[in-house]
Each structure stands twice: as C-alpha cells, then as structure tokens.
Design a protein around this ligand. Sequence first.
Ligand SMILES: C[S@@+](CC[C@H](N)C(=O)[O-])C[C@H]1O[C@@H](n2cnc3c(N)ncnc32)[C@H](O)[C@@H]1O
Length: 282
Amino acid sequence: MTDTARRDDRSEAVKETSFITAVIRAMENAHPDPYLVDRHAELLSTPRSKMLAAEALAAGGTVGSVIVRGRFGDIALRQAVAEGITQAVCLAAGSDTRAWRLGLPSDTRFFEIDLPGQLEAKEMLLAPVKDQLACRRVSLSEDLRSEIWPHRLIAAGYAVNRPTVWIVEGLLPYLQVEQFTRLITDVKEISAPGSVLLIDAPHAEFYRDPDNEQFLAFMKSRGSAFQLGLDDFADFLGRYGWRAEAYTLRQLSEGACAWLPSPPARLCPPHDHHWLARAYLA
Ligand SMILES: C[S@@+](CC[C@H](N)C(=O)[O-])C[C@H]1O[C@@H](n2cnc3c(N)ncnc32)[C@H](O)[C@@H]1O
C-alpha cells in the first residue's frame, strides 16, 4: 500500500467515528428518559453506522461523553445565541445536527467544517428535514491539521469582528497535542472578544485506566487511534488565552456545573475519564 493510500484509509476510519456518534445519539433519543434529545440522529443511523457502533460498544466504548457534551453544548449554544451571538463554527462537525434541530434564528451564520465527503453525506441523509434548517449554514471540507482552513473560513463569509461560538466536539482524541495547540491558537487569532468555546477532550487518566485497554486497542486497530489526553483542561485552555470552566463527567454527575442538569450515573461510568469545557475570550 502506498503512503497516500494508508493516509486515506486512516482518514476514512476517523471520519466514520462520526457515524458512530450519530448512532449513539439515536440510541439515547430512543431511551425512555433521554438526557439528550436529537430526533434527527436516527436519519443518520444507516445499517453500516449501526454495525460500526455495535463494534465500538462491544469493544468497551462508552456513550457518556457523546451524550453529555451534546446537552452541554445545546444549552451553552442556546444561551450564547440568546445573549446576541449570531455566528457559530462547528469544527469536525461530522454528524452534528444542531443547525437543523435547535431552531436557531435566521440571522445566525452556522459554519461546519469536516474532512472532505463527511458533511455532504450528512446533508443527503438529512434531506427529509431540510426545511428545518432555519439558520444560514455554510459547510466547508477542510483538514483542521492544515494552516489554510482559517483563511478558507474567512473567504466563506466568517466575520472576524463578530463574537463566535466555537464548537469542537469529538475531535481531540484524533489530534496530537501540537496539532491541537496550533488549532486553538488559530481559533483565538480569528476570534473577537466575547467569543465562546465549547470543547471536550479525553482526560489523561483515560489512557491509564486498565478498563479502557481493550477499547483503545480496538480504536488503534481500526485506524482511528485515540492520541490526546489532558490532566488539567482548564489550565491548558487558560495557557492559550481561553478562560475556561472545565468538568469531568464524574464531576458533572455529582452536580458540579450549576447550569447543566446532572447527567445520570448510566452516562458516567467510572472509567469514562473525559473533560467538557466552556471557555470565554476576554
Ligand atoms: C467522533 S466524530 C465527532 C463528530 C461530531 N462533532 C460529534 O460530536 O458527533 C470525529 C469527527 O472529527 C472529524 N475529523 C477528525 N480529524 C479531522 C481533521 N483533521 N480535520 C477535519 N475533521 C476531522 C471526523 O471526520 C469526524 O467527523
């Protein structure tokens, strides 16, 4: 296999992780007492996606980080929009359905970025609900490890002088720390004061806990290895200029975040060491 073919294979495997998160959200939506309501996730749950999700769950994959960050992000995005923010950028948007399901005001610009092919596939599957897209959605196919994406975002109409809600969910496991620091620096450089960052990441403990060994080996073997883990997310974000409130899943389940309903224990098992953060740019 050539180097390019190997890179393409890895990209496919990483892209497919967003099919897995869609199925996880559809499963939660069907729960008798759902913590997250995403009624469009079922449209994204193709037979192949369901098979991929079943494999990941059988290998010990957890669902809590996906579901809890979904609710966390919904509440924080709605609040930011209610306070007057009219621009959002969802990086590694994958199967995110917020532009369709949150009823965002029509003057909201909602940019989505993901690797080539990913957002087009979602648009096709969400065709039955395309009339629910009230905001001004713009999608871009970009590799967020490159230096070019901020320029392309600006060329696509992103306004650098407007406060923005940045949503970065489920991306960090697939980045090396240097790639993340460049990304977070680029984001800050094109963010106006008052911008909000909603972001999640594995805790470093995720990699140290023997209960995650099988899942980590599975993700590596399928070409989507988890790479990045952080011991103190708020401190890390603070070093890059973002004033952050960060919580582990366990802290959230114990009621640590005043504005988020505590997630149930079923979504916060002890080995799911994961950070969720909301951060501001002063
Ligand atoms: C686990 S999914 C998360 C998707 C969505 N944010 C969610 O929470 O469901 C990871 C997503 O990151 C995207 N991704 C990974 N590496 C990327 C990169 N270098 N550039 C752009 N997108 C990337 C994948 O294509 C995939 O859609």
